[in-house]
Design a protein around this ligand. Structure first.
Ligand code: PGA
Length: 249
């Protein structure tokens, strides 16, 4: 049985004191929660938030990391630095990284393998642009991102992989994929994972949905067979809007 996994991606929001305050409210709101939870503050707030979530049922996530462990990479943050702060999970291949900062599948795959080598859980984001959906290419885009993102990842390492399906046109726009449309891509992605790793591995992979998920649409999305959680942006920025999603089930 897959567990629901609700994750908050805070993106480039919150000062240190605001981040600590939100993390504290979530620790108390979710202390009896039955699901798996994660919050991903900005790099500069990781250390402070780590002190708040340490020993609780909320995992600490980072929003990205470098392709390299160390060296001349101005402005980048290494997996070793993240591990040192207590980070347990890293979001890789988010559409904002792919489309604004031009990260390609090869670069994302390098990061995925480096994170796994250091024992981090990876949330690998996949998803199509609006024009790709309209051209009937949603599935082929997701297939390519999944296969290339996971290239060289062993079946054994798949226990540390979570996939987040985030149709780019639904991120931060208020437009959500219908539960049925999202389910279709989730089921398709699980089929690809089955082809790559066999059904016993694929059936255990958590596939989150992301893109304008909120308290009022979470239940319909989470009711779908292959939707195992959410990667939430806007609604994760306040305890009042994140907590109800976390407690949908
Ligand atoms: P959103 O962002 O919930 O604000 O649409 C989701 C994401 O980008 O992870």
């Amino acid at each position: 049985m897959r567990q629901y996994y609700i994750a908050g991606n805070w993106k480039m929001n919150k000062t240190k004191s605001e981040a600590v305050e939100l993390a504290k409210s979530l620790v108390s709101a979710l202390k009896d929660g039955k699901n798996k939870y994660m919050i991903a503050p900005s790099f500069t707030n990781l250390d402070a938030v780590a002190q708040v979530v340490k020993g609780t049922n909320i995992r600490l996530g980072a929003q990205n990391m470098s392709t390299d462990e160390s060296g001349a990479h101005t402005g980048e943050v290494s997996v070793l630095m993240l591990k040192d702060l207590g980070v347990q999970t890293v979001i890789l291949g988010h559409s904002e990284r792919r489309h604004i900062y031009k990260e390609d599948d090869a670069m994302i795959n390098t990061k995925v393998k480096l994170a796994l080598k250091h024992g981090l859980e990876v949330i690998l984001c996949i998803g199509e642009l609006l024009e790709e959906r309209e051209a009937g290419k949603a599935e082929s885009v997701c297939e390519e991102q999944t296969r290339k993102g996971l290239s060289g990842v062993s079946a054994e390492d798949m226990k540390n992989i979570v996939i987040a399906y985030e149709p780019v046109w639904a991120i931060g726009t208020g437009k959500t994929a219908t539960p049925e449309d999202a389910q279709a891509v989730h089921a398709f992605t699980r089929k690809i994972l089955t082809d790559m790793y066999g059904s016993s591995v694929a059936e255990n992979v958590i596939i989150q949905y992301g893109g304008s998920m909120k308290a009022d649409n979470a239940q319909a999305l989470l009711n779908q067979k292959d939707i195992d959680g959410g990667l939430i942006g806007g609604a994760a920025l306040k305890a009042d809007t994140f907590e109800p999603i976390c407690k949908t089930y």
